[in-house]
Design a protein around this ligand. Structure first.
Ligand code: GSH
Length: 203
């Protein structure tokens, strides 16, 4: 299997953390890909018409894409058990969706400041993205700490990757300030071997 990968993508990081947590990192070949909405560069367009990573070439079927699809597939294929069974599944999936939404909004902010020419920027749009992130973080602080503190699952992994991305690309925004429980949870989670092995490198 071949994973289209960038070390700075939080969506790719979800996949890598799943592989490491389940002891399967050696079973996937990594193919570096880079690009953006304005220049697909080396993105795997044949494997994912949306031109995004991660995308996964499988040996038992056609390529698949979207981190949630890939994580579900790999969890099933390797019996990783990172998607709980029973009612806890809905918590894990909702947490994963919340984390992915944080990443989506944060990435749009990064594209806005890195790609859009300065004279065409519209600050209320970027601030609207940050408002989504803030609301999601407030929900994690007020409603999800008990779930985050349970046995490790894909919801927690996704939240860890989302918070890591905020530290990596939006460190001037203080997400920890009013969220002490989430900050404490992340400090412990970020110390896992899978998270330490996938810390994004500055580019
Ligand atoms: N929903 C997708 C997933 O979960 O895999 C989002 C993936 C995504 O946005 N990846 C970014 C990307 O490929 C890199 S972090 N961006 C290129 C583009 O939007 O053209």
């Amino acid at each position: 299997m071949r994973l289209y990968h960038s070390p700075t993508s939080p969506f790719v990081r979800k996949v890598m953390v799943l592989l490491i947590e389940s002891g399967n990192e050696g079973r996937i070949d990594i193919v570096h890909a880079a690009g953006s909405p304005v220049d697909p560069g080396t993105m795997p367009l044949a494997q994912n018409p949306l031109g995004k990573i991660p995308a996964l070439e499988r040996d038992d079927g056609p390529a698949i894409y979207d981190s949630r699809v890939i994580c579900r597939y790999l969890d099933d294929r390797f019996g990783a058990g990172l998607y709980p069974s029973g009612p806890r599944l809905w918590d894990a999936l909702t947490l994963e969706a919340t984390a992915d939404g944080i990443m989506d909004a944060a990435i749009l902010m990064v594209y806005e400041s890195r790609i859009r020419p300065e004279d065409k920027r519209f600050d209320p749009w970027a601030e609207g993205q940050w408002a989504k992130v803030e609301r999601a973080l407030d929900a994690l602080e007020s409603r999800w700490i008990a779930t985050l503190s349970g046995p490790v699952d894909m919801g927690q992994i996704a939240v860890g990757c989302a918070l890591g991305y905020l530290d990596f690309r939006l460190h001037d925004r203080d997400w920890r300030g009013t969220r002490p429980q989430l900050a404490a949870w992340y400090a412990a989670f970020a110390d896992r071997r899978s998270m330490l092995a996938t810390v994004p490198a500055a580019t």
